[in-house]
Design a binder for this molecule. Structure first.
Ligand SMILES: Nc1ncnc2c1ncn2[C@@H]1O[C@H](COP(=O)(O)OP(=O)(O)OP(=O)(O)O)[C@@H](O)[C@H]1O
Ligand SMILES: [Mg+2]
Length: 248
């Protein structure tokens, strides 16, 4: 087998495993309900249907993420570049994620000097959704996500930070790879396909940006760290914008 075939075989084997787990659970709970309907009380039935719903959502999320990966790798993703301000797209994402995590707090610190970025708006929103969702999903209960934007060396910088279980330096690169999830209690508690940050990094880099992560232990909260994802986009002048548009 050559490298491409091996990569493909590995991908298919991981995907099949990821699909099989929720499907097995959906089949198991449906079969139990069909064969034991009269023996089950309403509470158990409701509980089983809830599991089926959760697992179906997990499958949909997984399939959507896998389609994103395939699209990026085949068509390149069809990017439509434009210059736009990032304040209102970020505000929109925060309000959507807020409804999914009602007890989590969000703080948005937008520097008025923040320039517009030259990127694909939908893809930028996908990037921010993944980062802001993660920051609420892997946070300590009742904590706060801080989203900060500012300028640095002619780059528009966006930082998303939360308090959670620290990421070891040896895992800084790993979390951006396909299907990578860390083995810690806050990750085990929630579902995920491990594709979010892989997609995010790919999208950021295709829009000429960079993404890094840093985890700093907190002195006043033992066992927890402040985790910060930093995304930066270089400001593009008119000539550079024209060149990118021509190459699209
Ligand atoms: N903000 C964060 N704080 C702490 N850990 C994080 C954070 N974001 C990501 N991680 C860790 O990195 C792993 C990879 O994240 P990624 O977004 O790629 O996958 P996922 O959230 O598990 O699944 P998906 O995004 O596909 O639903 C997570 O499983 C988690 O262990
Ligand atoms: Mg994620």
């Amino acid at each position: 087998m050559d490298d491409i075939e091996k990569n493909y075989a590995d991908f298919i084997s991981t995907v099949s495993h990821e699909l099989r787990t929720p499907l097995t659970s959906i089949r198991g709970f449906s079969q139990t309900m069909l064969t034991s309907w009269n023996k089950l009380d309403d509470e158990s039935k409701k509980h089983f249907v809830k599991i089926i719903e959760d697992q179906s959502n997990r499958l949909i999320h997984l399939v959507e993420n896998m389609l994103s990966v395939t699209k990026m790798q085949t068509t390149g993703g069809n990017f439509v570049f434009n210059e736009f301000d990032i304040k209102s797209p970020i505000e929109q994402i925060i309000s959507v994620v807020r409804t999914q995590y009602p007890s989590h707090k969000f703080e948005f610190l937008y520097a008025n000097t923040t320039a517009g970025i030259f990127a694909d708006k939908d893809k930028f929103q996908q990037v921010m959704t993944n980062l802001i969702e993660n920051s609420a999903k892997y946070a300590v209960e009742n904590s706060k996500t801080t989203i900060k934007t500012f300028m640095e060396n002619n780059n528009v910088v966006i930082q998303v930070s939360n308090i959670g279980i620290g990421i070891e330096e040896k895992d800084y690169d790993k979390i951006f790879t396909k299907f990578a999830r860390l083995d810690n209690p806050l990750t085990r508690k929630v579902q995920g396909s491990g594709l979010g940050l892989f997609i995010t990094k790919n999208l950021v880099e295709k829009m000429y940006g960079e993404i890094t992560v840093k985890s700093e232990p907190l002195e006043d909260m033992q066992n927890y760290s402040k985790i910060t994802f930093t995304v930066s986009f270089p400001v593009k002048n008119i000539e550079e914008q024209a060149r990118i548009k021509c190459n699209q």
